[in-house]
Design a protein around this ligand. Structure first.
Ligand code: THU
Length: 136
């Protein structure tokens, strides 16, 4: 299985764990760091809707908690025509994506479209002093 197929399968598998009783829209995200480590997340909703966290947000938290700070490749799986990341998650990718980040958007059958960060969020807001280096 290729690295990308494995990343897709990881995103599809974690999607099954999503807590989305309000939207009934399950999403899974899987990130690969530059050294090949994979982190996953699923959406977690709340009765107070704005409290909900997207799948990408969960995967970012898992990655940061494990001491990693860079996303080289990402797969987002939803059961929709095109489950592209929301605006907030595009900003998350701007914060932690490598220069060559590719975000693959998939449905349950496989990847449908792939995007660079520039395509997802042109002219992204960034501060110069962010510490993106891997933690030691
Ligand atoms: N959602 C994600 O988790 N990631 C995306 O890329 C798109 C949308 C979630 C948020 C909410 O729980 C549900 O999908 C419906 O919007």
């Amino acid at each position: 299985m290729s690295d990308l197929s494995a990343l897709f399968e990881a995103a599809k598998a974690v999607r099954e764990k999503a807590y989305a009783p309000y939207s009934n829209f399950l999403v899974g995200a899987a990130f690969r760091t530059p050294d090949g480590t994979v982190f996953t997340g699923c959406n977690v909703e709340n009765a107070s809707y704005p409290v909900s966290v997207c799948a990408e947000g969960g995967a970012v938290s898992a990655m940061i908690a494990a001491g990693y700070r860079e996303i080289a490749e990402a797969v987002v799986v939803g059961d929709a025509a095109l489950c592209t990341p929301c605006g907030v998650c595009r900003q998350r990718f701007a914060e932690f994506g490598t220069e060559n980040l590719v975000v693959h958007v998939a449905d349950l059958n496989g990847i449908k479209q792939s995007f660079t960060l520039e395509e997802l969020l042109p002219a992204a807001f960034e501060l110069e002093d962010k510490a993106k280096d891997e933690k030691d």
